[in-house]
Design a protein around this ligand. Structure first.
Ligand SMILES: [Zn+2]
Length: 217
């Protein structure tokens, strides 16, 4: 069975577009989505599709903000600790490389991957796939692969987990030394909010539909 070929033949023949609810599997015929509204499953009420609205603008703005914030967070101080007249500041990279020896060495690699490499890769993949779509240009080669990659990387952007760990550690250290939060800390906090905001408005199915319609036109 080749589901891709079958779906493409049905659409080419002018058959109505059918969508399955990802929660309860009920099938629905896609009708006009009201501007700013959404289509809901008649069986379970889950959202099937949202009106595209400003979705592309929001995703692209989040992606550009993410790249700028993550890359600049590498160079600004993350934490400043002072105790007994001695003071020390550390950047995000220095924090990660604090684990670069002994059995904790893989932790440095994982930390850099989850906090820096994967979020930036996802943002670049989203911009690559969606910027031409937003500008009304021809889709770039590999657009679908780039958007698929962004979907796979989504659960692996873990800045928020790192931030929770840092806050817990800071509460402990706070009793022993004076801790100052550097610009990179606030940039990471901003990234956590951007990721949460983007996740609350991101409808992957709607974007896939837009990519599909553009690639057929
Ligand atoms: Zn449903």
């Amino acid at each position: 069975m080749q589901p891709v070929d079958t779906a493409s033949r049905l659409l080419d023949a002018g058959a109505p577009e059918i969508i399955a609810c990802t929660v309860c599997d009920a099938l629905h015929e896609v009708k006009e989505i009201p501007e700013g509204g959404r289509l809901r499953c008649t069986r379970c009420g889950a959202t099937l599709l949202r009106s595209p609205g400003k979705a592309l603008d929001r995703i692209l703005a989040s992606s550009f903000a993410m790249v700028i914030l993550v890359l600049s967070a590498l160079f600004f101080p993350f934490l400043q600790i002072s105790a007994s007249g001695l003071s020390s500041a550390t950047t995000l990279l220095q924090t990660a490389f604090a684990f670069d020896s002994g059995f904790t060495a893989p932790l440095a690699f994982v930390l850099i991957l989850l906090i820096i490499v994967l979020p930036v890769t996802r943002a670049v993949a989203l911009a690559y796939a969606l910027l031409p779509l937003r500008l009304g240009l021809r889709l770039l080669p590999g657009t679908k692969a780039a958007f698929r990659l962004a979907g796979h990387l989504r659960p692996w952007s873990m800045a928020e987990v790192f931030m929770v760990g840092c806050v817990v550690a800071l509460v402990k250290i706070g009793g022993l030394a004076r801790v100052g939060l550097g610009p990179a800390f606030w940039e990471l906090a901003l990234i956590v909010m951007i990721v949460a905001l983007e996740a609350s408005t991101f409808c992957e199915k709607t974007i896939w539909r837009m990519i599909d319609q553009k690639s057929r036109s």
